[in-house]
Design a protein around this ligand. Structure first.
Ligand SMILES: [Zn+2]
Length: 260
């Protein structure tokens, strides 16, 4: 998967760092209650250069990170490497399931691996073997949370996740069908690397709007795609972590800690 970075990361505004600080400041001043901020990185399995850099960054800032792992892409060797890179702070990481093999089954419309064109049995089988493979390879490190590829799944899948004992799903903010009380949606509202806009200027404006809006809510989920990150994207992410750390109202927490 070698898709280039979106327009935004090829043309950040010159004063991006000041604008980011101002955006976070505005959100911080708008609310008195805390906001739980969580990061989720998708398409995890291969410990390549960008993923190594991402893990190193979150380790350095001691910031929790949810890692959505594609079961069919994970091997024992890859897991050993990932575990080693993640280091001793196991409380920082939420290793969880990202579909089965990240394959689109919808003949038309938006891409989905767990969409309405498939039968209940096929959906169950893919969930089950995905979870089984991650449990077998990761053992206790696996957290039973499900992030569907492309952030969407149908209502049969939601019912199956609940029946199968998953603790939560994680989709885009405002996804349909709505989540049930028994299966909360740890929704992400800020898409750092796959939100496509015609220009860098549009992309930047949208990112600042989404971030400010997200940080004004009780919980703000921020989505990462390491394979789409260039130096500018890493630079921005580092500044974001650093700035969030300086605001005591904004609590960076692990995905699994949102469940309690
Ligand atoms: Zn994905």
């Amino acid at each position: 998967m070698s898709t280039p970075p979106t327009a935004l990361w090829q043309g950040l505004p010159a004063d991006w760092a000041n604008q980011l600080a101002a955006c976070i400041e505005r959100a911080d001043n708008a609310r008195r209650d805390t906001t739980a901020v969580f990061f989720r990185a998708d398409d995890i399995a291969v410990p390549g250069r960008q993923l190594i850099r991402l893990l190193e960054l979150f380790n350095r800032y001691e910031c929790p990170l949810g890692l959505a792992v594609v079961p069919a892409w994970l091997t024992v060797l890859r897991w050993k490497t990932l575990r080693g890179l993640a280091g001793p702070r196991t409380d920082l990481w939420c290793w969880h399931q990202h579909g089965w093999r990240h394959h689109n089954h919808e003949p038309e419309g938006k891409k989905q691996e767990f969409g309405p064109s498939r039968g209940r049995e096929a959906l169950f089988n893919d969930l089950d073997r995905g979870r089984g493979r991650l449990q077998a390879i990761m053992g206790d490190a696996f957290v039973p949370i499900f992030t569907p590829p492309w952030n969407r799944c149908d209502k049969i899948t939601l019912a199956l996740l609940q029946e199968m004992g998953y603790k939560a799903v994680s989709r885009s903010q405002g996804s349909q069908p709505p989540p049930s009380e028994a299966l909360p949606d740890l929704a992400v509202g800020v898409d750092l690397h796959t939100d496509r806009t015609p220009s860098a200027t549009d992309g930047w404006q949208r990112l600042m709007d989404r971030l400010e809006e997200g940080l004004r809510r009780p919980a703000c989920g921020i989505m990462i795609h390491h394979q789409r990150m260039n130096d500018a994207a890493f630079c921005f992410l580092e500044r974001l972590l650093d700035t969030l750390n300086r605001h005591s109202r904004l609590h960076m927490i692990a995905m699994q800690d949102l469940l309690s």
